[in-house]
Design a protein around this ligand. Structure first.
Ligand code: UGA
Length: 452
């Protein structure tokens, strides 16, 4: 099929490269000429594991980029809109969706054959039908559902594993206004054999995306609230509690063979120092605002956000439990990215933690395997010794604080074990065995030691 994709950001380029890899002919459209040139030269303007090799392999054959949106619409049967929808604190900003719809509509005006326009960006329920469609109709002078089609096809890509997530999806969801658009979407996704497909309305497709992310965020805040309660009640460790909860057969089914399946959802039911990233915080806040605007109180999701906002400060409270003052205290921060496998600092719990340490006068060293360059852009004006290794960061530290669950931090007990004066380890992710280091405290437990 001939597919055009507007926006060569994260979602647009991953979708474009993967659909080309699957055999479709894809034209990526972006106003940014530099990005267009890079893609056409087989280079990748953003970092995502495995993306550049897909771009390189397909460019010049099934993948190309252009700034000429009208020509791309003429040359293809279907256009996916994958532009940004930033959250401005009150609502998502649909300005880029509106601009793209206007331009695509104008191109459809001059087109004789049926064309479908699909929103792929994350948009609150109603946006496709109530915002994009009227603009497309106005600009094209044609009727949606009759002269051209409109659909909604959310993405479920996790940063860092977006390529495998796209190539081997767990589900494909799309809505459409009419059967011709459904048929075009069926064709786009016919290359993914055996995958569960949900064909629904545009509004339901939009809601599925928000509901999926809100559920995961809720599980995290729920686990954090329980963890904080374990700390408050004393002598209960949230790690033991969650182990007992995970073994519920409805969470970890027992097969006929007697073997147990441990689904990855259980990793969201663990206490830590909070969630971040470009999706969970923004999507949950946007859904709350959208619900409230519709007269619906969103008390549970508001609590999810409130708990998450406060959660990074648990790490600071733990430090204060052990040290009378943080002023002059040498603290090594382990991990700055919002999650492992990425250098993305957006909404990372490390941001409030580092800022609080700075405000309290701590002497900060920090280590992250990949995010230091990004972190430097965030922490301007804060004096941080960016270490080049874990060893370097924890050298001479009074306390080591684990913020991101990078696998290599599992070597901390061994590294700390070699130091003459072992620092206190504050485990913001509960990833280290509490008995593996001489001095340990963490989210959701009671530590025995008091004082340095
Ligand atoms: C998230 C969703 O997982 C994707 O399904 C969705 O498509 C995407 O948002 C999106 O809306 O575009 P992402 O933000 O890349 O993906 O990151 P996740 O890996 O889900 O991590 C989000 C937060 O959850 C992180 O702060 C991470 O620390 C936390 N998390 C993640 C856990 O607590 N446990 C886990 O097992 C995974």
């Amino acid at each position: 099929m001939r597919i055009s994709i507007v926006g060569t950001g994260y979602v647009g380029l991953v979708s474009g490269a993967c659909l080309a890899e699957k055999g479709h002919n894809v034209i990526c459209v972006d106003v940014d000429k530099d990005k267009v040139d890079q893609i056409n030269a087989g280079r990748c303007p953003i970092y995502e594991e495995g993306l550049e090799s897909l771009v390189t392999r397909n460019v010049g054959t099934r993948l190309s980029a252009t700034s000429d949106l009208a020509a791309a619409v003429q040359d293809t049967e279907i256009t996916l809109i994958a532009v940004g929808t930033p959250f401005d604190g009150v609502a998502i900003d649909t300005g880029y969706i509106e601009a793209a719809s206007r331009e695509i509509g104008e191109a459809i005006r001059d087109k004789d054959t049926f064309h479908a326009v699909i929103i792929k960006s994350t948009v609150v329920p109603g946006t496709t039908d109530e915002t994009a469609t009227p603009i497309l109709e106005m600009a094209s002078g044609k009727k949606a559902g009759k002269d051209f089609g409109v659909g909604m096809n959310p993405e479920f890509l996790r940063e860092g594993v977006a390529i495998p997530d796209f190539m081997k999806p767990d589900r494909i969801v799309y809505g459409a206004t009419d059967e011709r658009t459904f048929a075009l979407l069926d064709n786009v996704y016919s290359v993914f054999e055996g995958v569960d497909i949900i064909r629904t309305s545009n509004k339901t497709a939009e809601m599925i995306k928000y509901t999926a992310n809100s559920l995961l965020a809720t599980l995290i805040s729920f686990s954090n609230e329980i963890g904080n309660l374990c700390t408050g009640l004393g002598d209960i460790d949230v790690v033991d509690v969650m182990k007992g909860v995970h073994l519920d057969r409805r969470l970890s089914p027992i097969l006929e063979s007697g073997d147990r399946v441990v689904p990855s959802i259980t990793t969201f039911i663990e206490a830590g120092c909070g969630f971040g990233g470009s999706c969970f915080p923004k999507d949950v806040k946007a859904l709350i605002a959208h619900g409230q605007a519709a007269g619906q109180q969103m008390n549970l999701l508001q609590s999810v956000i409130d708990i998450n906002r406060a959660q990074p400060m648990q790490v600071i409270s733990l430090l204060k439990k052990h040290f009378d003052s943080l002023s002059g205290l040498k603290v090594a921060v382990m991990g700055l990215a919002f999650k492992p496998g990425t250098d993305d600092m957006r909404e990372s719990p490390s941001i409030p933690i580092v800022r609080a340490l700075h405000d309290e006068g701590a002497v900060i060293s920090a280590y992250d395997p990949v995010a230091i360059e990004e972190a430097q852009k965030v922490f301007t004006g804060i004096d941080i010794n960016y270490a080049s290794s874990i060893e370097d960061a924890v050298q001479n530290a009074d306390a080591v604080v684990v913020v991101t669950i990078w696998d290599e931090f599992r070597s901390l007990p061994e590294i700390i074990g070699k130091l003459t004066t072992p620092p206190l380890l504050i485990d913001g992710r509960r990833m280290i065995d509490k008995n593996a280091v001489p001095r340990y405290d963490g989210i959701g437990m009671t530590s025995r030691s008091k004082g340095p």
